[in-house]
Structures are given as C-alpha cells and as structure tokens.
Ligand binder design. Structure first.
Ligand SMILES: [Zn+2]
Length: 143
C-alpha cells in the first residue's frame, strides 16, 4: 500500500482563545509548536514505515513482471517520501520561526494569518488574500 503524505495534521484540539487574549500570545505559540512537533513525529514515523516496507519487499520478488510492478510502486513511495521530507523541513523552519516569535503574520502584507487558517495549515506564511493572489499569478505565469 502506498500512503500519501499527510499534508494536513488533524489530530489536535482547536485552540480556545481566552477573553482579551492577544494574537500569538505565549500560550498560542506553544499550542502551534506542540501541534507542529506532533505532526512532524507522525510524518517521521510514516517515513520509517515506508523505508521498512521497501526493504522488506525488495527481497521478495524474482519474477520480472513482479519486479516491474514493484519498481513502479517504489518510485511512487520515493516521491511520497520526498514530499514528506520537504514537509518535515518546512515544519522545522516553522518551529524555528515560532522560537523567534516570528509566527502567524503574513510574509507579504503583515496581517494576522488567523488561528483557524493556521490550524488548517500550520506552515502557512501568507494570509488567505496573498495566498490566493500568489496562486492566480502562479497559474498565469505557469511557474
Ligand atoms: Zn497577506
């Protein structure tokens, strides 16, 4: 079985903002750091499982047609692992930004990205407006 990378982490309790709490308070930063570290843990276990599975399978095929199928499956799994590795790197960079108290604001325009958006996409660095614009530009230029 080929597992797709977990692009989203859903196994967490949504943050409850206290009355009068400031955006990106120490508690809030802690919440996101926790969330990111759990997500990373999950991804690393996923990578381990994939590698183990590949090593186990590699020994079991003698028939050439089986090998072709297996190679196809391996290349898919390698792509998945590559995505997971990139995601782990992004998570590390995000945790680093939390440590530097530079988290939760749009890189482009500086507005608050928002708790709910960050919970849906903890590695987001753009607000929804800038992200939408960037995607439109991407489509237009094809980059
Ligand atoms: Zn923005």
């Amino acid at each position: 079985m080929v597992n797709t990378a977990n692009e989203r982490f859903t196994n967490f309790t949504p943050y409850n903002m206290k009355k009068g709490e400031e955006y990106m308070s120490a508690d809030m930063l802690e919440h996101f750091k926790e969330l990111l570290m759990q997500w990373k843990q999950e991804l690393m276990e996923e990578v381990d499982r994939t590698m183990h599975h590949m090593q186990e399978d590699a020994a079991n095929y003698a028939d050439p047609s089986d090998r072709a199928t297996q190679e196809e499956e391996f290349s898919l799994e390698l792509r998945t692992r590559d995505r997971e590795r990139k995601l782990i790197k992004k998570i590390d960079q995000t945790i680093d930004r939390i440590d530097k108290d530079d988290y939760g604001y749009c890189d482009q325009c500086g507005v608050e990205i928002g708790i709910r958006r960050l919970e849906a996409r903890p590695t987001a660095t753009l607000c929804i407006d800038c992200k939408t614009l960037a995607e439109i530009r991407e489509r237009q230029t094809g980059i």
